[in-house]
Design a protein around this ligand. Structure first.
Ligand code: 5GP
Length: 180
């Protein structure tokens, strides 16, 4: 597909989840996390960059103390196959040994990125790891990632907005859209 055709697809974006619904769902997830971690102080590790707004909103809705850090992975090779190589390009900076960790991700598609990140984080010896994902996509799952806190489950489509980009654009759209 040439660039013009891709841009046209962006212009044809369809509203998927409006900001009010995102806000409500994020509050629910935060309430559940606050209940589950009452009396504790989890470390929220956001997977850059798509997670920025989700993590910011989620963290501010928590009624428990929490630490915040970030991790970033880059994947090389075709995202259409499981032969992709995934490497960390930014590691966590807070010591997490013996700490309860919640990995916060924007979207889980094949599951390969998060599986790799979980393995890297596990090596640091946290007390526990749970996963919180804004969106779980069902169409291309290759590895079943155990998502403990899931915002929305969708079957298919390429999602943009609320932190999610297409070619580094559209992250700042406040709602979630699907390319139609
Ligand atoms: P996975 O390794 O699970 O296949 O891919 C995870 C990463 O791919 C996400 O963190 C995200 O950066 C990117 N990704 C997967 N699906 C989408 C999508 O629908 N929209 C956008 N913007 N990024 C996606």
């Amino acid at each position: 597909m040439n660039l013009f055709a891709l841009e046209k697809r962006i212009l044809d974006k369809k509203l998927l989840i409006p900001r009010k619904s995102i806000e409500k769902r994020v509050k629910k997830l935060a309430n559940q996390i606050s209940l589950d971690y009452e009396g504790r102080e989890p470390v929220l590790i956001g997977v850059l960059k798509g997670v920025i707004f989700f993590l910011a909103d989620l963290a501010r809705e928590l009624s428990i103390p929490a630490k915040i850090d970030f991790i970033r992975a880059a994947s090389y090779g075709s995202s259409m196959t499981s032969s992709r190589t995934i490497q960390l390009t930014k590691d966590v900076e807070i010591p997490i040994q013996g700490k309860p960790v919640i990995l916060v991700e924007d979207i889980v598609d094949t599951g390969l990125t998060l599986t790799h990140i979980m393995q890297e984080v596990e090596r640091k010896g946290p007390e526990s790891i749970r996963i919180c994902a804004l969106i779980e996509k069902l169409e291309r799952q290759e590895t079943k990632v155990p998502i403990d806190y899931c915002g929305f489950r969708i079957n298919e489509g390429f999602i943009i907005g609320y932190g999610l980009d297409f070619d580094e654009k559209y992250r700042n759209l406040p709602d979630l859209y699907v390319l139609s």
